[in-house]
Design a protein around this ligand. Structure first.
Ligand SMILES: Cc1ncc(C[n+]2csc(CCOP(=O)(O)OP(=O)(O)O)c2C)c(N)n1
Length: 438
């Protein structure tokens, strides 16, 4: 069901397959302008998921952008919150707000946060960012439809790297247990995550066999073929008694030559800014939407720029000012040299690595937290490094097992994940057992 008027039940706007292909092209272009204006964001995954986003928001789901909380709307959960810019351009194209607004990506108070915030933007179903959580929420939402006899459908966009998280498999089991045929997971199978190819970080294959064994209806498609995407979504709707997973083979960075299949383009905007080899201009050339003239792009970038200037003014006005300088806020001796904590971590683990008992466990952000310093100049140490995938809870437990046998394991991820997602493992297993996990 395409975009609807929730009051009259009439279709507001429908698209042909050819039009959807063009819309996805336009969405990629807006996406790249947004990322460039922000100077940061996730190029790779937003581009790989874009055709699916266009198919869902412009053709498949029943929704009314003028009535975002319509009770009977279909729900789409973006479990991979880092792909938020693709969600924003999809919502904009569908009519939740003018799509050009999405260029205010990552700007304070704009609502277009780096990861989606449900309370700040209409059409966003779930605040997300910590991977592995959306599918469970989607299960709850689908269960509610069954309980209340509602016929809305529930879609969840998952990343393939995200499937490393155990909580995903708990949700998979739960959905099959409750025979949630109103639920569809779409896996953006682009084959890459942050540390490299999925099969090197944590082997996923055979993915189809795994989902089937968990008793899901399993469909494999080319995630850039609009016809196949729509056919799979229709097939899922006909399925009775089982949830459906659509494993969509995609290309990370699809449509932008310098980003396609390039691991480094996971979480960055075009390296060269507006023009140059790896720039916005080059990206737009590759994408090939002729409506994105220099003039139009300038105007879009100006929207972002003007907005930022207003934000800066407001911030400046709200900052407390000293009436004059004192020794403690201005003397040279009081100034400190700043260095990121992760750099200190990298230096320390490099040094400590000479102790053969030291082992390092990574959770798919190894270079980002400088854990790679452990083996960068000491290749022999690589065998004492273990990639755990995006699975912080299991990482703490595996480290515990190694510690129990006399190793000194260092585990690492971003602070929120390595304390939050494995808090109980730290409490019960690491602490109560007094295991020497760092
Ligand atoms: C719990 C958690 N751990 C780590 C991260 C950091 N992180 C953000 S994206 C990402 C890789 C995700 O890979 P995938 O799901 O395949 O997404 P894609 O490659 O399609 O962007 C990681 C590890 C996170 N957001 N959440």
């Amino acid at each position: 069901m395409p975009i609807m008027d929730s009051k009259t039940g009439k279709i507001k706007r429908d698209y042909t397959i050819e039009e959807l292909v063009e819309k996805a092209r336009e969405m990629r272009a807006y996406n790249m302008v947004s990322l460039t204006a922000a100077g940061s964001g996730h190029t790779g995954g937003t581009l790989s998921v874009m055709d699916i986003a266009a198919a869902l928001y412009l053709k498949k789901i029943r929704h009314d952008p003028q009535n975002p909380n319509w009770e009977d709307r279909d729900r789409v959960f973006w479990s991979t919150g880092h792909k938020a810019p693709a969600l924003y351009v999809a919502l904009g194209e569908a009519g939740y707000f003018p799509v050009k607004e999405a260029v205010k990506l990552r700007k304070l108070w704009s609502g277009f946060e780096g990861h989606p915030h449900r309370l700040r933007l209409p059409g966003v179903e779930l605040s997300a960012g910590s991977l592995g959580q959306g599918l469970g929420v989607a299960v709850g939402c689908a269960l509610n439809a069954k309980l209340e006899g509602k016929n809305y459908r529930v879609y969840c966009l998952n990343g393939d790297g995200e499937l490393d998280e155990g909580s995903i498999w708990e949700a998979i089991m739960c959905a099959a247990h409750y025979k949630l045929d109103n639920l569809v997971s779409i896996v953006d199978r682009n084959g890459l995550q942050i540390d490299g190819p999925t099969e090197e970080v944590m082997k996923l294959e055979s993915l189809v066999t795994k989902w089937r064994a968990f008793e899901w209806n399993t469909i494999e498609i080319d995630g850039h073929n609009m016809k196949e995407i729509l056919a799979a979504l229709d097939e899922a709707e006909k399925m009775k008694g089982k949830p459906t997973v659509i494993i969509a083979k995609t290309v990370k960075g699809k449509g932008v030559s310098y980003a396609e299949n390039v691991v480094a383009y996971h979480g960055i905007a075009p390296k060269d800014g507006r023009s140059g080899k790896e720039s916005l201009d080059r990206a737009l050339e590759d994408i090939g939407d002729s409506s994105f003239t220099k003039e139009k792009v300038n105007k879009l970038l100006k929207i972002a720029d003007d907005y930022q200037k207003e934000v800066n003014k407001k911030i400046e006005a709200s900052m407390p000012q000293f009436s004059r300088n004192y020794w403690w806020n201005s003397a040279n001796g009081m100034k400190v040299e700043m260095d990121a904590t992760r750099n200190g971590f990298g230096r320390a683990i490099k040094k400590l690595g000479s102790d053969k008992r030291v082992v390092a466990l990574g959770a798919d952000i190894t270079s980002s937290i400088r854990m790679n310093e452990f083996y960068a100049e000491h290749p022999a140490r690589k065998k004492r490094f273990f990639s755990m995938g995006i699975a912080e809870a299991n990482m703490a437990l595996v480290a515990s097992g190694l510690a129990k046998e006399g190793k000194i394991p260092f585990i690492g991820s971003y602070g929120v994940f390595v304390t939050g997602r494995n808090w109980d493992q730290l409490r019960t297993t690491v602490c109560y057992n007094n295991f020497n996990v760092k």
